[in-house]
Design a protein around this ligand. Sequence first.
Ligand SMILES: Cc1cc2nc3c(=O)[nH]c(=O)nc-3n(C[C@H](O)[C@H](O)[C@H](O)COP(=O)(O)OP(=O)(O)OC[C@H]3O[C@@H](n4cnc5c(N)ncnc54)[C@H](O)[C@@H]3O)c2cc1C
Length: 422
Amino acid sequence: MIVGAGSAGCVLAERLSRHEKRSVLVLEQGPSEWPDASVLDLRRLPISDGERYVTQHRESSGLPVVRGRGLGGSSAVNGAYFMRFHRDDFDAWQGPWTPDVIDKAYAEVDEKMGVHPFPDADLAPTALAFEKYWGETYSTRQLDDPWPLVGVNRVRSNSVVGIRRTAADAYLRPHLNRPNLRVRTGVKVERVLLADAKAVGVVCDGRDIRAREVILCAGTLGSAAVLLRSGVAGEHMRVHEHREVLVGYRLREQPEPGPLLPTVVHTGDGLEIRCYRDDFARYVGGLTLSGPAVGVAAMAPGAPGEVYLDGVDAGVRLDRPEDRVLRDMARTAHEVVEMLRSSEFGGLVVADSIGIDPVLRTSQHAWGSMPMGERTDWLGAVRGVGHLRVVDGSILPAAGRSGPHATTMMVAAVIGDVVAAD
Ligand SMILES: Cc1cc2nc3c(=O)[nH]c(=O)nc-3n(C[C@H](O)[C@H](O)[C@H](O)COP(=O)(O)OP(=O)(O)OC[C@H]3O[C@@H](n4cnc5c(N)ncnc54)[C@H](O)[C@@H]3O)c2cc1C
């Protein structure tokens, strides 16, 4: 049984149902309709209050924290930036995580998700100026190289002609005719059913659904909530996030609508400089226009936080990165101010409009509440509870220098292969 039809759950459902002797049931809390092109259009982020395909979580300082829900989970609502971790981010990974295995699984996921670098045509004038400016300090990755580097990285995206390609479209929808694969939507799992320290099923709406093995793919916050409600994870769980500072400015001319984040720089000290195309308010309904921004995010190390039960759902508390990282972020934010004042940006940016926003924001990337090698083995099997596995962003054991989406799906593909062969 798989709980959650998100980025990881769809990959795992496909992998396990390849084998006729296995019967795979996927339980998803979200709606049964497939998100349509109005949801999947890259010129929007459909994550404001009341949107159909998101769950809002309460963050203690009031930051909005959202997750996707429904077929495809967060892959249906996210920024469609689909970048691998850096090769050496895997150095401390153990178990099956050899470079060859990782490379092969990433390549397959890339292929199924329609991953490609954003073409020049998708870059607004600010993005072209950004690549030129940083290209004088750093190396620039070749467009056909799928691995990021310290330097200028054109973003690779899981999209087809401006429409997000979701994990459900790539991995679930084509296989719904398999007789051993069933998907039930509108079913929220309350907790894992336990007997003699083993998972024997789940409880939904007060009813037991029995299974030989339970695999939680409910996302870092969703799986944490199920584990906390099941009484197997204490009162709160550690989590990590990529906190971000924004350098805001105003443009002389409004760019055409297009993908939010087509190009980034990865610095040697683990930061990501993000050249957003336009004001977030043009992507997310309900926000007030405040101008476009360049983000400076602490990727590795990230910042710590906590997930706890806020009533019956997951509440989140996000902390600041350590002081050294905060200092690096502040220095880099000042370098971005210099960039926006440089000749490359002279004709694009209103000169006196540049300012560093004091609010420390979130990237909506929470990961690592059940890290492999610590709270699970290197295949996501939960330590101390039999027949229970977690396979989603929760089990990433350490920060990578890119966003987590591609790696979460790659991890599900590898674990799916090993478990299916058992
Ligand atoms: C707005 C936003 C923008 C993002 N942008 C990017 C980006 O551009 N690039 C990037 O790398 N990362 C991005 N991320 C992060 C990335 O999308 C996630 O890390 C990744 O999708 C997580 O996959 P997952 O399988 O762990 O969880 P999810 O894809 O979130 O799937 C979890 C699924 O489980 C379901 N579920 C939860 N609880 C239950 C329950 N109790 N019972 C039944 N079902 C349940 C949910 O409804 C959901 O469908 C973004 C995230 C968000 C929210």
